[in-house]
Design a protein around this ligand. Structure first.
Ligand SMILES: Nc1ncnc2c1ncn2[C@@H]1O[C@H](COP(=O)(O)OP(=O)(O)O)[C@@H](O)[C@H]1O
Ligand SMILES: [Mg+2]
Length: 300
């Protein structure tokens, strides 16, 4: 049985905004990425999974329980990091953490201290004076401190500097090893690529694709940039049966896309050409994403 199930979820806010017929399932122990540009419908979907919002159509389930009908039961076993956290301004960080621990029915602070150390957070100051990054760390501590078996994280690394993003990635890797089920939304391709087993791409409130990460790895293309010594070689090379991305005759440079599985054949072709240089232009999940999104990931 899947741990999180979203079935034909629809919430129409009008003007083509909201989520429409969104479906996906997350298995136990899976790290699932929910990837899409701003306004795509990630937070709306997540709020339905938490039982904060009533579906117009379709349903969400956690551990077989309907999220709208049994929100209390669901919240007990789940760690949630909201996309935008509304903090009470008159509390110190540590007071808020204690308050949230009590709300979760915890007797102590659970893993909070360990997490505070890991993220190099000083929670003694007032929330009002905390930077976005510090507040995000407080949110992370609260989501993980009761050691829940399910984590729902809405853009978890927003506001974190690169060092802390790495600390977060390590935490996710550990949680995954411990068998946790994790849903994580993001508009950053790279972070999903690092941590997730599977990814659903959402755009304009609709799922554009759901992909296994190793499927993406396997089908990923690398882009190589080549520069030739002789113009004759440059011209001859362009007649090869390859997937050319761009060419610059003046500089005798060519950009060519090669699937990972075709690398050996590509190297054989290259052996026939004296080159000035060859380098790989890093291609990412972003390129893959672009294929699905028809070239512009920012179009709403
Ligand atoms: N309560 C609401 N009423 C009306 N429109 C909303 C509401 N919540 C979100 N929206 C709109 O629905 C779309 C999806 O929003 P959201 O789920 O927050 O996107 P994301 O989290 O992917 O950035 C946006 O266009 C947003 O403005
Ligand atoms: Mg959001």
């Amino acid at each position: 049985m899947s741990v999180i199930k979203v079935e034909h979820l629809t919430k129409d806010y009008g003007m083509n905004k909201g989520v429409f017929d969104v479906s996906f399932e997350i298995e136990k122990g899976e790290v699932f990425g929910f990837l899409g540009p701003n306004g795509a419908g990630k937070t709306t979907t997540i709020r339905h999974i938490l039982g904060f919002s009533r579906p117009q159509d379709g349903r969400c389930e956690v551990d077989g329980m309907d999220c709208w009908k049994k929100p209390d039961k669901i919240l007990k076993q789940l760690g949630y990091l909201p996309g935008e956290i509304a903090f009470p301004n008159d509390m110190k960080g540590i007071q808020f953490i204690r308050f949230m621990a009590r709300m979760q029915g915890m007797s102590g602070l659970g893993r909070a201290e360990e997490l505070i150390k890991r993220f190099e957070l000083d929670p003694s100051g007032s929330l009002k004076r905390m930077s976005k990054g510090m507040k995000q760390k407080i949110g992370i501590v609260c989501a993980f401190m009761h050691n829940p078996s399910i984590l729902v994280l809405d853009e978890p690394t927003s506001g974190l500097d690169p060092l802390m993003q790495n600390v977060f990635v390590e935490l996710i890797e550990e949680e995954k090893k411990a068998g946790k089920t994790i849903l994580m939304s993001s508009h950053i391709f790279e972070e999903v690529e690092k941590t997730c087993d599977r990814v659903a791409m959402i755009r304009q409130g609709r799922i554009a694709a759901t992909l296994q990460m190793d499927e993406i790895e396997h089908n990923k293309k690398k882009v190589f940039k080549l520069e030739f010594l002789q113009i004759e070689d440059y011209q001859r090379f362009l007649r090869e049966q390859l997937d050319f991305q761009a060419a610059d005759e003046g500089k005798k440079q060519v950009w060519v896309r090669v699937k990972d599985k075709d690398i050996n054949a590509f190297i054989k072709v290259l052996a026939n050409y004296p080159l000035k240089f060859l380098s790989e232009v890093k291609s990412t999940l972003e390129d893959y994403f672009m294929n699905f999104y028809g070239g512009d990931s920012n179009v709403q």
